[in-house]
Ligand binder design. Sequence first.
Ligand SMILES: [Zn+2]
Length: 377
Amino acid sequence: MRVHQGGYLWEVQKLRSECPCLRCGSVKTVKSGKCTTTVRDESVRTVVLWLKIHKHRMYCKDCKKTFTEPVPGIWPRRRTTQRFRNAIAKACGTSKDLATVSRNHRVSHGFVYKICYEQLEVKLREHKQKKWPEVIGLDEHFFRRKKGITEFVSVFTDLKKKKMFEMAHGKDRNSLEEQLRDMPGRENVKVVVIDMSSSYRSFVKRFFPNAMIVADKFHVLRLLTPSIMKAGKEIHGHRQELSTRRKLLCSRKNLDYFVRVDIDRYLKDHHKLNELYRWKERLFEFYRVKGFSRASIAFHRLLSDMERSSLDEVQRLLRTFKRWKHEIIRYFENGYTNGFTERMNGTGKLVQRRAFGYRNFKNYRLRVLTACLFRNF
Ligand SMILES: [Zn+2]
């Protein structure tokens, strides 16, 4: 051992082992001279450690070429051990930013950056279940704004196993199809849960031929929220009576008796708001129905009742319902919602926030997938 570049250098020797040819796999190899290689290894506490490895140059009798002995744990043409790279990648996951890692481990910024995403990719290979699951949740979240254009990321989750599955850049049909074309087993997909966006619907219809589309419950329930808030704003302006107005959005079933009385007293003077509120409650009631056939009867009754309303908002909602009729009722067949997908969206947003945003989608995908799939990475 000796001092070397502010750390220590250990001179070590590779033990002799059977070493087949790297080019042709032949075992007819003989030693043909010595050589050394110096590689960086994981630090001991905070002391930087280098390994000077004495090993042999080998000669292959079959292809008549020489090569140097490979050392387990060091990839070909690398000047660092896999152990060191793994330690850097782990540190990238736990430190507040990559610059801190670079300072603590005394390596360059570029090296840390490269290692971080390379090792994430290596880690992700452990989880190579590259086959579409039976039940999929599909949702999008914000990725970045480039030249005034907002870009989104689509998230696919396995709702049966409650696991993150895949991510793709963009949310329109063509770009999704292009990115996901090579993944096998898309005819196995039976159920896809989406929010009510027509681009996703057309994508799912074309891409998963045997899939049944289900409209997410939460997104159906919140369809009237903007109208209720807007009607309240027209009466009071921006902030007045806000706490009561917010309570209008809660399900009545979960509210206290006195709060309900309060709401009724408030709504007595505001007819339009009152009607919207009643329709919203009808929606909540509809989702409390048990069983597919009962739900479909209830839904048709709801639609025919809505036709009699004179409010524009309700008519607009009715048109949406007619377009998404089958998808909404199908929820009662299997009860899948996109709750888990939204949670994965939340993880994605946290990852973005911690890194002050991402520019490169490839890196972002690696980071989010590992964050969702592995507990300590
Ligand atoms: Zn050979």
